[in-house]
Design a protein around this ligand. Structure first.
Ligand code: PAF
Length: 296
């Protein structure tokens, strides 16, 4: 595995690897896959990497804790980092290139920055609570897409809004990259894997397990109401929030049921409609997110 810090080295190395495939006479199979991460890798990231390796000839993983997507400076400062462990994991997974730029490499001091935003998809859910967060995500991911020029890029559906925002950006800019969403990987008790889980105390970790339980209870409630024409979303959100806040360390930041494509808030779920329930919860001060599809 090559661990590279500069955009120039990365472009040159990728150029060389692509040329090797072309010399072997099979240019179409030289697909490049990108898994962008902020490091402190867990099984969720490793699943993205495995899927990327299955589908692409060359796998690039970026590790960059992107300052422009943190609206809370203390969240940025406390973001867990363990580069040595991450690199060992990437090596074991057989990754071809680890791209490890620093902030100056990504945002050179003399460079005037473009502003990116997608208000239609970011006015609710995390977008409403983390002002500017998705502008920062869009900017850094657009830069990665330009630097790596991947054929495919892989994102976890735990950040469902992020996945939709990035896929929409890629389509809207006519980028040729295929943006692929991969199922959330969960702990045995259902808690979605996240680098932030490492910051939970033992007690908080127990309370965090109420998050997936609450979202699953909403689907169960819908199953129990089969035969009705519709169910009010406010009622379902209240059920889920109450379960989560029965854990005294938990505080729900938002709980919303939205259309899975437009992310517009739904007032009710009707028969044969799909929807998505999404939440953000402060668990003893650590902000965790989760979501799941709903069927009625
Ligand atoms: O999901 C993340 O880890 C980050 O938001 C991403 C996509 C790597 C951009 O910094």
């Amino acid at each position: 595995m090559k661990a590279l810090q500069s955009k120039k080295e990365l472009r040159e190395t990728l150029h060389g690897l692509r040329a090797q495939f072309e010399r072997k006479g099979n240019p179409n199979s030289a697909a490049v896959g990108l898994v962008p991460t902020m490091g402190f890798l867990h099984e969720g990231h490793l699943e993205l990497i495995r899927r990327c390796k299955e589908e692409c000839a060359i796998t690039v993983v970026s590790i960059f804790v992107n300052p422009t997507q943190f609206n809370d400076p203390s969240d940025y400062e406390n973001y867990p980092v363990d580069l040595k462990r991450d690199l060992d994991l990437l090596e074991k997974e057989g990754v071809d290139i680890a791209f490890l730029p620093n902030a100056v490499e990504m945002y050179p001091e003399n460079q005037i920055s473009v502003q990116m935003s997608l208000p239609e998809l970011t006015s609710n859910l995390c977008g409403a609570h983390r002002r500017g967060h998705f502008d920062g995500v869009l900017l850094v991911v657009a830069k990665f897409f330009n630097i790596v020029d991947p054929d495919r890029a892989y994102f976890g559906l735990k950040d469902y809004q992020q996945f939709l925002v990035i896929r929409t950006m890629a389509r809207s800019l006519d980028l040729s990259v295929q943006v692929i969403g991969c199922e959330t990987v969960r702990e045995e008790d259902g808690l979605a894997m996240s680098s932030r889980n490492a910051r939970l105390s033992e007690k908080a970790r127990e309370h965090a397990a109420l998050i997936p339980r609450a979202l699953n209870l909403v689907q169960k409630t819908l199953n129990d109401r089969k035969g009705r024409y519709s169910v009010a979303c406010d009622e379902l959100c209240e059920i889920a929030s109450d379960v989560i806040e029965s854990g005294t360390l938990n505080q729900v930041e938002y709980m919303e049921i939205v259309d899975p494509d437009s992310l517009k808030k739904l007032d009710e779920i009707q028969t044969d409609r799909t929807a998505r329930i999404a939440t953000a919860v402060f668990c003893d001060g650590v902000r965790l997110i989760d979501n799941r599809p709903l069927h009625f």
